[in-house]
Design a protein around this ligand. Structure first.
Ligand SMILES: CC(C)(COP(=O)(O)OP(=O)(O)OC[C@H]1O[C@@H](n2cnc3c(N)ncnc32)[C@H](O)[C@@H]1OP(=O)(O)O)[C@@H](O)C(=O)NCCC(=O)NCCS
Length: 250
Protein backbone atom coordinates (compact mmCIF):
# COMPACT_ATOMS: atom_id res chain seq x y z
CA UNK A 1 0.00 0.00 0.00
CA UNK A 2 1.39 3.47 -0.99
CA UNK A 3 0.24 5.90 1.71
CA UNK A 4 0.13 9.66 1.06
CA UNK A 5 -1.41 12.56 2.95
CA UNK A 6 -1.13 15.05 0.07
CA UNK A 7 -3.92 14.41 -2.43
CA UNK A 8 -6.81 11.98 -2.61
CA UNK A 9 -7.55 11.10 -6.23
CA UNK A 10 -10.73 9.34 -7.28
CA UNK A 11 -12.54 9.40 -10.64
CA UNK A 12 -13.86 12.96 -11.22
CA UNK A 13 -12.61 14.00 -7.78
CA UNK A 14 -9.27 15.65 -6.76
CA UNK A 15 -8.86 16.66 -3.11
CA UNK A 16 -5.57 18.22 -1.99
CA UNK A 17 -4.89 18.53 1.73
CA UNK A 18 -8.63 18.45 2.27
CA UNK A 19 -9.53 21.08 -0.37
CA UNK A 20 -11.15 20.28 -3.71
CA UNK A 21 -8.79 21.49 -6.40
CA UNK A 22 -11.64 23.19 -8.30
CA UNK A 23 -12.22 25.31 -5.17
CA UNK A 24 -8.54 26.30 -5.04
CA UNK A 25 -8.30 27.22 -8.75
CA UNK A 26 -8.88 30.92 -9.25
CA UNK A 27 -9.48 31.43 -5.52
CA UNK A 28 -6.15 30.79 -3.77
CA UNK A 29 -2.84 32.20 -5.11
CA UNK A 30 -0.20 29.71 -6.28
CA UNK A 31 2.26 30.50 -3.44
CA UNK A 32 -0.45 29.88 -0.84
CA UNK A 33 -1.29 26.49 -2.35
CA UNK A 34 2.45 25.68 -2.20
CA UNK A 35 2.34 26.56 1.52
CA UNK A 36 -0.75 24.34 1.90
CA UNK A 37 1.11 21.42 0.27
CA UNK A 38 4.07 21.78 2.65
CA UNK A 39 2.29 22.62 5.92
CA UNK A 40 -1.09 20.94 5.38
CA UNK A 41 -2.93 24.16 6.32
CA UNK A 42 -3.78 27.42 4.61
CA UNK A 43 -1.40 30.31 5.34
CA UNK A 44 -2.77 33.35 7.12
CA UNK A 45 -2.54 36.70 5.25
CA UNK A 46 0.96 37.49 6.55
CA UNK A 47 2.34 34.02 5.79
CA UNK A 48 0.79 34.17 2.30
CA UNK A 49 2.52 37.48 1.55
CA UNK A 50 5.87 36.29 2.92
CA UNK A 51 5.87 32.98 1.03
CA UNK A 52 5.00 34.74 -2.23
CA UNK A 53 7.88 37.21 -1.64
CA UNK A 54 10.34 34.37 -0.92
CA UNK A 55 9.51 32.62 -4.19
CA UNK A 56 9.69 35.87 -6.19
CA UNK A 57 13.10 36.71 -4.69
CA UNK A 58 14.65 33.65 -6.38
CA UNK A 59 12.97 34.10 -9.74
CA UNK A 60 15.92 35.13 -11.92
CA UNK A 61 19.48 36.43 -11.86
CA UNK A 62 20.10 36.99 -15.57
CA UNK A 63 22.51 34.83 -17.51
CA UNK A 64 25.14 35.02 -14.74
CA UNK A 65 24.52 31.85 -12.62
CA UNK A 66 25.83 28.37 -13.52
CA UNK A 67 22.31 26.90 -13.66
CA UNK A 68 21.22 29.40 -16.32
CA UNK A 69 24.38 28.71 -18.36
CA UNK A 70 23.64 24.99 -18.15
CA UNK A 71 19.98 25.39 -19.15
CA UNK A 72 20.73 27.67 -22.10
CA UNK A 73 23.62 25.60 -23.42
CA UNK A 74 21.56 22.42 -23.24
CA UNK A 75 18.59 24.22 -24.87
CA UNK A 76 20.85 25.32 -27.73
CA UNK A 77 21.55 21.67 -28.51
CA UNK A 78 17.94 21.22 -29.63
CA UNK A 79 16.46 19.27 -26.70
CA UNK A 80 12.85 19.80 -25.52
CA UNK A 81 12.15 22.62 -23.02
CA UNK A 82 11.71 20.37 -19.95
CA UNK A 83 15.07 18.67 -20.57
CA UNK A 84 16.87 22.02 -20.78
CA UNK A 85 15.15 23.30 -17.61
CA UNK A 86 16.04 20.04 -15.83
CA UNK A 87 19.68 20.45 -16.93
CA UNK A 88 19.72 23.89 -15.30
CA UNK A 89 18.20 22.52 -12.10
CA UNK A 90 20.98 19.92 -11.90
CA UNK A 91 23.45 22.80 -11.42
CA UNK A 92 21.78 23.85 -8.15
CA UNK A 93 24.43 22.96 -5.61
CA UNK A 94 26.05 23.90 -2.33
CA UNK A 95 27.32 27.28 -3.53
CA UNK A 96 24.42 28.09 -5.88
CA UNK A 97 20.90 27.89 -4.47
CA UNK A 98 21.90 25.21 -2.00
CA UNK A 99 23.06 27.68 0.60
CA UNK A 100 19.45 28.11 1.77
CA UNK A 101 19.34 24.54 3.06
CA UNK A 102 22.77 24.62 4.71
CA UNK A 103 22.21 28.15 6.03
CA UNK A 104 18.87 27.21 7.60
CA UNK A 105 20.42 24.10 9.17
CA UNK A 106 23.30 26.06 10.72
CA UNK A 107 21.00 28.85 11.96
CA UNK A 108 18.47 26.40 13.42
CA UNK A 109 21.20 24.46 15.28
CA UNK A 110 22.76 27.61 16.70
CA UNK A 111 19.47 29.24 17.69
CA UNK A 112 18.68 26.03 19.60
CA UNK A 113 22.04 26.22 21.42
CA UNK A 114 21.56 29.94 22.03
CA UNK A 115 18.19 29.38 23.71
CA UNK A 116 19.37 26.34 25.69
CA UNK A 117 22.45 28.14 27.02
CA UNK A 118 20.92 31.59 27.36
CA UNK A 119 23.65 33.17 25.18
CA UNK A 120 23.17 36.62 23.68
CA UNK A 121 22.92 37.02 19.88
CA UNK A 122 26.41 38.55 19.81
CA UNK A 123 27.94 35.75 21.86
CA UNK A 124 26.26 33.13 19.66
CA UNK A 125 27.52 34.83 16.48
CA UNK A 126 31.08 34.92 17.85
CA UNK A 127 30.94 31.24 18.84
CA UNK A 128 29.42 30.28 15.47
CA UNK A 129 32.11 31.96 13.39
CA UNK A 130 34.89 30.61 15.60
CA UNK A 131 33.52 27.08 15.12
CA UNK A 132 33.18 27.49 11.32
CA UNK A 133 36.72 28.85 11.13
CA UNK A 134 37.99 25.90 13.16
CA UNK A 135 36.27 23.52 10.75
CA UNK A 136 37.51 25.57 7.76
CA UNK A 137 33.93 26.02 6.55
CA UNK A 138 32.19 29.02 5.03
CA UNK A 139 28.99 30.45 6.44
CA UNK A 140 26.30 29.50 3.91
CA UNK A 141 24.20 32.43 2.73
CA UNK A 142 26.92 35.05 3.09
CA UNK A 143 29.01 36.72 0.37
CA UNK A 144 28.25 37.38 -3.30
CA UNK A 145 30.31 37.60 -6.47
CA UNK A 146 28.39 40.62 -7.79
CA UNK A 147 26.50 42.36 -5.00
CA UNK A 148 28.15 44.20 -2.11
CA UNK A 149 24.65 44.65 -0.61
CA UNK A 150 22.12 42.18 -2.02
CA UNK A 151 19.02 44.29 -2.78
CA UNK A 152 16.77 41.25 -2.32
CA UNK A 153 17.97 40.72 1.26
CA UNK A 154 17.04 44.27 2.29
CA UNK A 155 13.53 43.92 0.86
CA UNK A 156 12.96 40.43 2.32
CA UNK A 157 14.16 41.44 5.79
CA UNK A 158 12.00 44.60 5.58
CA UNK A 159 8.95 42.46 4.80
CA UNK A 160 9.85 39.93 7.51
CA UNK A 161 9.93 42.77 10.03
CA UNK A 162 6.64 44.24 8.79
CA UNK A 163 4.89 40.84 8.82
CA UNK A 164 6.25 39.60 12.16
CA UNK A 165 8.77 37.03 10.89
CA UNK A 166 11.86 38.79 12.19
CA UNK A 167 12.63 36.46 15.08
CA UNK A 168 15.73 34.67 16.45
CA UNK A 169 16.99 33.29 13.12
CA UNK A 170 16.81 36.61 11.25
CA UNK A 171 18.32 38.39 14.28
CA UNK A 172 21.15 35.86 14.55
CA UNK A 173 22.03 36.19 10.85
CA UNK A 174 22.20 39.99 11.28
CA UNK A 175 24.47 39.48 14.30
CA UNK A 176 26.69 37.18 12.19
CA UNK A 177 26.90 39.84 9.46
CA UNK A 178 28.03 42.34 12.13
CA UNK A 179 30.59 39.88 13.49
CA UNK A 180 32.01 39.30 9.96
CA UNK A 181 32.17 43.08 9.44
CA UNK A 182 34.82 43.34 12.18
CA UNK A 183 37.23 41.76 9.67
CA UNK A 184 35.62 41.95 6.21
CA UNK A 185 32.35 42.88 4.53
CA UNK A 186 30.38 39.70 3.87
CA UNK A 187 26.76 40.60 3.17
CA UNK A 188 23.84 38.25 3.74
CA UNK A 189 22.86 37.13 0.24
CA UNK A 190 19.35 36.21 -0.90
CA UNK A 191 19.92 32.55 0.06
CA UNK A 192 20.93 33.61 3.57
CA UNK A 193 17.88 35.86 3.88
CA UNK A 194 15.53 33.07 2.76
CA UNK A 195 17.28 30.62 5.12
CA UNK A 196 16.71 32.90 8.11
CA UNK A 197 13.10 33.75 7.25
CA UNK A 198 11.95 30.18 6.53
CA UNK A 199 13.53 29.20 9.85
CA UNK A 200 11.56 31.93 11.62
CA UNK A 201 8.47 30.60 9.82
CA UNK A 202 9.22 27.15 11.35
CA UNK A 203 10.07 25.35 8.10
CA UNK A 204 12.34 22.31 8.23
CA UNK A 205 15.83 23.20 6.89
CA UNK A 206 15.56 20.22 4.53
CA UNK A 207 13.04 22.25 2.51
CA UNK A 208 15.58 25.03 1.94
CA UNK A 209 16.36 24.34 -1.72
CA UNK A 210 12.63 24.03 -2.47
CA UNK A 211 12.11 27.80 -2.20
CA UNK A 212 14.94 28.51 -4.63
CA UNK A 213 13.74 25.87 -7.09
CA UNK A 214 10.12 27.09 -6.97
CA UNK A 215 11.17 30.57 -8.03
CA UNK A 216 14.05 29.81 -10.34
CA UNK A 217 12.26 27.23 -12.47
CA UNK A 218 10.13 30.13 -13.78
CA UNK A 219 13.18 32.21 -14.64
CA UNK A 220 14.82 29.23 -16.25
CA UNK A 221 11.80 28.57 -18.49
CA UNK A 222 12.06 32.17 -19.74
CA UNK A 223 15.79 31.71 -20.49
CA UNK A 224 15.30 28.39 -22.26
CA UNK A 225 12.49 29.85 -24.36
CA UNK A 226 14.61 32.90 -25.23
CA UNK A 227 17.51 30.65 -26.21
CA UNK A 228 15.27 28.48 -28.41
CA UNK A 229 13.54 31.36 -30.15
CA UNK A 230 16.21 34.06 -30.53
CA UNK A 231 19.63 32.39 -30.62
CA UNK A 232 21.55 30.31 -33.13
CA UNK A 233 21.59 26.61 -32.22
CA UNK A 234 24.58 24.94 -30.58
CA UNK A 235 25.95 27.69 -28.35
CA UNK A 236 29.56 26.89 -27.53
CA UNK A 237 32.89 28.45 -26.67
CA UNK A 238 34.73 29.50 -29.80
CA UNK A 239 38.37 28.46 -30.21
CA UNK A 240 39.62 32.00 -29.42
CA UNK A 241 37.97 31.80 -25.99
CA UNK A 242 39.81 28.64 -24.97
CA UNK A 243 43.43 28.00 -24.09
CA UNK A 244 45.10 24.62 -24.39
CA UNK A 245 47.61 23.94 -21.60
CA UNK A 246 48.18 20.18 -22.05
CA UNK A 247 51.28 18.59 -23.60
CA UNK A 248 52.28 19.62 -27.14
CA UNK A 249 52.41 17.09 -29.96
CA UNK A 250 54.87 14.32 -29.30
C1 LIG B 1 29.08 33.20 -3.04
C2 LIG B 1 30.60 33.02 -2.99
C3 LIG B 1 30.99 31.77 -3.81
C4 LIG B 1 31.23 34.27 -3.60
O1 LIG B 1 32.60 34.15 -3.45
P1 LIG B 1 33.65 35.29 -3.85
O2 LIG B 1 33.01 36.63 -3.71
O3 LIG B 1 34.22 34.94 -5.17
O4 LIG B 1 34.69 35.20 -2.71
P2 LIG B 1 35.93 34.22 -2.59
O5 LIG B 1 35.51 32.80 -2.74
O6 LIG B 1 37.03 34.69 -3.50
O7 LIG B 1 36.36 34.51 -1.09
C5 LIG B 1 36.91 35.77 -0.68
C6 LIG B 1 37.22 35.71 0.80
O8 LIG B 1 36.01 35.78 1.55
C7 LIG B 1 35.84 34.59 2.33
N1 LIG B 1 34.43 34.19 2.23
C8 LIG B 1 33.61 34.32 1.16
N2 LIG B 1 32.39 33.86 1.46
C9 LIG B 1 32.45 33.45 2.75
C10 LIG B 1 31.50 32.88 3.62
N3 LIG B 1 30.24 32.65 3.21
N4 LIG B 1 31.89 32.55 4.88
C11 LIG B 1 33.14 32.80 5.29
N5 LIG B 1 34.11 33.33 4.52
C12 LIG B 1 33.75 33.66 3.26
C13 LIG B 1 36.75 33.55 1.70
O9 LIG B 1 37.15 32.56 2.62
C14 LIG B 1 37.89 34.39 1.23
O10 LIG B 1 38.71 34.68 2.35
P3 LIG B 1 40.31 34.91 2.19
O11 LIG B 1 40.45 36.10 1.28
O12 LIG B 1 40.77 35.13 3.59
O13 LIG B 1 40.81 33.63 1.57
C15 LIG B 1 31.09 32.85 -1.51
O14 LIG B 1 30.82 34.04 -0.81
C16 LIG B 1 30.50 31.64 -0.81
O15 LIG B 1 31.03 30.54 -0.93
N6 LIG B 1 29.41 31.86 -0.04
C17 LIG B 1 28.76 30.77 0.67
C18 LIG B 1 27.80 30.03 -0.25
C19 LIG B 1 26.61 30.90 -0.64
O16 LIG B 1 26.09 31.65 0.17
N7 LIG B 1 26.17 30.79 -1.89
C20 LIG B 1 25.00 31.49 -2.40
C21 LIG B 1 25.38 32.60 -3.32
S1 LIG B 1 23.96 33.57 -3.80
Amino acid sequence: MWKTGISNIKPDDIVTRGYRQEDLIGAVPFASVFFLLLKSRMPDKKEAKMIDALITSSIDHGVTPPSTHAARIVASAGVPLPSAVAAGMLAVGDVHGGAIEDGAKVLQEWVKSMLENDWSLEETATRMLAQLQKEKKRMPGFGHRIHKRDPRTKRLFGLAQELGFEKEHVRLSLAVEKEFAKKKTLPINVDGAIAAIISDMSFDWRLGKAFFVMGRVAGMIAHVYEEMTTQKPMRRMCVQETEYDGPWER
